[in-house]
Design a protein around this ligand. Structure first.
Ligand code: FES
Length: 108
């Protein structure tokens, strides 16, 4: 795994506001969300069971993603699981835009 290194994952126009994308960095699937133009990146796999958070419902007003399988909500700013059944947070990864490209740096 490439922890801490910036990796280009997409172009900005590929993930418009209100949308999500799943990308893999090495073998780590991460989910990228565009919340009103602000990008967030967390682990794509729910901490409850095997579900892809990028397929969930994005709540732009609360900056929250709701898991598509059992509905746990995760705060995209902190990764915190704010509703059951998930209790463990997802990791939050650094994300930035440079030269029209979206770059992600994985957290530990
Ligand atoms: S798999 Fe996400 S809440 Fe169960």
């Amino acid at each position: 795994m490439i922890v801490g290194e910036w990796v280009v994952v997409a172009r900005v126009e590929e993930i418009p506001p209100g949308h999500a994308a799943r990308v893999e960095i090495g073998e780590i699937p991460v989910a990228i969300f565009n919340v009103d133009g602000e990008l967030h990146c967390v682990d794509d796999t729910c901490t409850h069971e095997e579900a892809s958070l990028s397929d969930g419902d994005l709540d732009v007003d609360r900056c929250v993603i709701e898991c598509p399988l059992h509905g746990s909500a995760f705060d995209l700013r902190t990764g915190e699981a704010i509703t059951l059944p998930a209790v463990e947070p997802v990791r939050v990864h650094r994300i930035e835009v440079a030269g029209g490209e979206i770059r992600v740096a994985l957290s530990e």
